[in-house]
Design a binder for this molecule. Structure first.
Ligand code: PLP
Length: 373
């Protein structure tokens, strides 16, 4: 049996025993009727943590972001500003255009997940019959496509100032706001204070099997609640999932520090291997993501395929087949996502496999080692 290291995403975790017990024992009721005490408890806990008035439990981060835009943009012909590398822009199927009818106006994301504030200012529309109306600015923290970087508080503060000077709302895709807070050693409300709404995922590094919360003012959540029903996101005896969310908040947040340390351990390990075909940037490894950057002429796709399969002859050479499952990002880059199932042993085994794959590249034999099917 191959040794498997699953680095594909921080969404791949399975509920721990405490979480399953809490789910089993959860008090439930029909949440569409407002009857589920565990959902209420989760929503209250989340609102309190982020020092906002209200929260809404929703099935996914994608729905949460969509609900935020629907609730911020209440008329037709409206627009939001957002990073061109943001999750909302890249990975949510254009849902804000598709379902909310909102025009996404992109700002070029810098490698740290921020964007130029002058550019943002220049893109806010003046009142003119030709233009849509700008309603909100969306930011993301940590920034997924920037490799899990922590977007600095000072930037968020400046986004708030810009938004205030043009009567705009600020929405934070805080799928991993807890990673950002842990990395900065601040409470999450320190980040959320500059935002009108925040979407928080429970099913990423925090380890719940499903669910996100959208937080904001009472009026905002009331509107989002209506939209959730229209999108088919009204769930019934969903306290069993909210119970998992409560355990995720209690047990998952303190664990994130270890994930971040493991990410650094892996990045440093890759650097120490001094492999010509792959390297890492330790300073850029701020939270639970590590980017593997391919060396000159090395195909990320081939590297990915070789890491993910037990190649011929590998068992003899390594004593055991090792599968390191990664997430492709581009032709030159692969992503590692660290989560709470990843231990120091997984990292040691992954490094062993990476060094082995590097050797295949150095011998010029890499392509020959791909499985036939
Ligand atoms: C930054 C960010 N926002 C939103 C989402 C969407 O979350 P979900 O997969 O729960 O829809 C993700 C998912 O990975 C994400 O990374």
């Amino acid at each position: 049996m191959a040794y498997v290291v699953d680095f594909r995403s921080d969404t791949v975790t399975k509920p721990c025993a405490d979480m399953r017990k809490a789910m089993f024992e959860a008090e439930v009721g029909d949440d569409v009727w407002g009857d589920d005490p565990t959902v209420k408890k989760l929503e209250e806990t989340m609102a309190k943590m982020l020092k906002k008035d209200a929260a809404l439990f929703v099935p996914s981060g994608t729905m949460s972001n969509l609900l935020a835009i629907l609730a911020h943009c209440q008329g037709r012909g409206e627009e939001v500003l957002l990073g061109d590398q943001s999750h909302i822009m890249l990975y949510e199927q254009g849902g804000i255009a598709q379902f909310a009818g909102v025009n996404p106006r992109t700002l070029v994301n810098k490698p740290d997940g921020t964007f130029d504030l002058q550019d943002a200012k220049s893109k806010i529309r003046m009142e003119d019959i030709h233009y849509p109306r700008t309603r909100a600015i969306c930011i993301e923290n940590t920034h997924n496509a920037a490799g899990g970087k922590v977007v600095p508080i000072e930037f968020i503060q400046k986004v708030r100032e810009l938004a205030d000077s043009h009567s705009l709302q600020v929405h934070l895709d805080g799928a991993r706001i807890m990673n950002a807070a842990v990395a900065m050693d601040v409470t999450p409300d320190t980040i959320a204070q500059y935002c009108d709404s925040v979407s928080v995922c429970l099913s990423k590094g925090l380890g719940a099997p499903v669910g996100s919360c959208l937080v904001g003012s009472k009026e905002f959540i009331k509107r989002a609640h209506r939209h959730r029903k229209a999108l088919g996101g009204g769930m019934r005896q969903v306290g069993i999932l909210a119970a998992a969310g409560l355990v995720a908040l209690e047990k998952g947040i303190p664990r994130l520090k270890t994930d971040h340390e493991n990410a650094k351990l892996l990045a440093q390990g890759v650097i120490d291997l001094k492999c010509p075909s792959v390297t890492c940037d330790l300073a850029a490894t701020e939270t639970n993501m590590v980017y593997l950057m391919m060396g000159e002429g090395v195909s990320a796709k081939l590297f990915y395929l070789l890491c993910g399969t037990v190649t011929e002859g590998e068992e003899q050479e390594l004593g055991q087949g090792i599968q390191v499952q990664l997430c492709p990002v581009s032709d030159t880059c692969l992503r590692v996502a660290i989560h709470h199932h990843i231990t120091a042993e997984h990292i040691a085994m992954a490094l062993k496999k990476i060094a082995y794959v590097d050797k295949l590249f150095q011998s010029g034999e890499a392509a020959k080692h791909l499985p036939k099917n």
